[in-house]
Design a protein around this ligand. Sequence first.
Ligand SMILES: O=c1ccn([C@@H]2O[C@H](COP(=O)(O)OP(=O)(O)O[C@H]3OC[C@H](O)[C@H](O)[C@H]3O)[C@@H](O)[C@H]2O)c(=O)[nH]1
Ligand SMILES: [Mn+2]
Length: 349
Amino acid sequence: MARTLNGEVDIVIPTIRSLNFLEDWRPFFEPYHLIIIQDGDPTKEIKVPEGFDYELYNRNDINRILGPKANCISFKDGACRCFGFLVSKKKFIYTIDDDCFVAKDPSGKEIDALAKHLENLTKPSTPYYFNTLYDPYREGADFVRGYPFSLRAGVPTAVSHGLWLNIPDYDAPTQLVKPLDRNTRYVHAVLTIPKGTLYPMCAMNLAFNRELIGAAMYFGIMGDGQPLGRYDDMWAGWCTKVVCDHLGYGVKTGLPYLWHSKASNPFVNLKKEYNGLFWQEEMIPFFQSVILPKKCTNAQECYLELAKQAKEKLGPVDPYFNNLADAMVTWIEAWEEFNAPAKVKNGTA
Ligand SMILES: O=c1ccn([C@@H]2O[C@H](COP(=O)(O)OP(=O)(O)O[C@H]3OC[C@H](O)[C@H](O)[C@H]3O)[C@@H](O)[C@H]2O)c(=O)[nH]1
Ligand SMILES: [Mn+2]
């Protein structure tokens, strides 16, 4: 059972809708601090249900706080959530969409998704050698015969990627041809994604160790005024996986599940993700070929190197990638502004 780490966790929610979904999560979320990022029209009043401890930022706040650097935070795209990662001071971040609800496991028990994520993040990962009995650190499981003892300590876990029952995270073409698909399969497993393997990270039900990988968890410039949308979490997932592989951190996927209730409009989604459908055939081979130099020893340094290589290798694909690479650098500048080690003055920090 994960320790209650409520002093070490922020829950980040991007929203253009309502926050009534929090009533479903109240038993699990009330002890935690929420960072709500209100996207779209800042004059619209967003109601937060009584009893939650939260801070709320709209576009005016982001512009006021970041000044010219605000141009690295997307507008009219769920990617705006990464502003919450920037202003948080906590060790762990859990980010969830406002159309996601508490799911039930096959026994009918409500799933405390946050507790399971914290368990995933506070137990090691095994990226170097696959354990065929899945998560060896889970109650009632272990390493199987032939698993080297030299690797059984595992590595620190940086990302915990949860899944969704009901509406699956399909791209627009798949959603258009299979509108009635519902995910009813509850697979009771947590897997470490092997080193050297990328994956399509969805931000609907995602947790990470902000101290290890937060600087690389940037969701890019998407949405309004950009030729790309709904690839925010994909970009962040590819960047963070490459950085985790380089730094020796683990990424897990699988449990916990939540219940995803709303299918967004596939035609609108097609317009947003259209370029991504063929640019991903260039982006993914780029990330598969990235080699980060040994001198990069933390997420910030790795990320600046990634920005440099993305500009070199993907800039020729489309000028958008030059802007994205520049925004990645702006993000790190903002990150360092918010996370500079406390300056020590006459002996006190
Ligand atoms: O302009 C916007 C649009 C949405 N949001 C908030 O982002 C969350 C996701 O929105 P939605 O549920 O409409 O997206 P989906 O089609 O279900 O799929 C997304 O799931 C999240 C991924 O990051 C990716 O964007 C898609 O796979 C929700 O909280 C909206 O309120 C927004 O802030 N601005
Ligand atoms: Mn949704």
